[in-house]
Design a protein around this ligand. Sequence first.
Ligand code: PMT
Length: 222
Amino acid sequence: ESPSYLRGKQIVVTAGPTRESLDPVRFFTNRSSGKMGYAIAEIAANLGAHVTLISGPSPLDVPHGVKRIDVETAEDMYKEVLRHYEQADIVIKAAAVADYRPKITFDQKMKKQEESLVVEMERTQDILKALGEKKEQQYLVGFAAETTNALQYGKEKLDRKNLDAVIINDVSQEGAGFSGDTNEATFISKQGRVEQLPLSSKRQIARQLFSLIEEELKGVEQ
Ligand code: PMT
């Protein structure tokens, strides 16, 4: 690839789902495959960045030139992201982090009972919000997976979490969001840029994302 603004930059990408255990054999998770985050990590490495990929459980291979750190829970992901945050130039949070986890994780496999089962869930840490609060030089990008009022909720996330940009997937659209090889999204930045990313491969979305970030960083320098 040709020289790029990413050469030598430290990039942290999160990808995949998290897994929140109920007992040694059962857990709560979601439909994220990791494909979006892995595509972002791969493209960034091709463009010359030093890439750390903090990944929940995913069957995907580590992209060439990328350093992967495996995590399981939202709590693990929080710790690893924070550990790499200070050195990072760009942080992209494509992971689908659990918002809730079982309040109690049992050490032994739960026995079946006659009655119905109620599992109490508690909130996990909001990693992105914590990063927004600690932000210094980092360019911070969040993802938003929405099914209704996608643009409005995405914009609210941008402001509330002090992000530089957010990529909004309307996951109710065919070909967008979880698991597939394609995505369709809207990029919105703090500086007011709104860019439609039409249906294309997750790699292509990743390429467009880095062009947009380049434009954004130029805007800040002026
Ligand atoms: O992995 P794929 O199968 O390729 O699918 C891609 C994807 C749909 C998972 C991805 O593109 C995506 O949208 N990821 C974010 C999904 C999500 O959890 O959205 P959210 O609106 O719940 O969260 C918003 C943002 O906050 C995300 O950047 C998320 O990483 C972050 N978050 C959420 C909860 C939490 N406890 N901590 C967080 O940091």
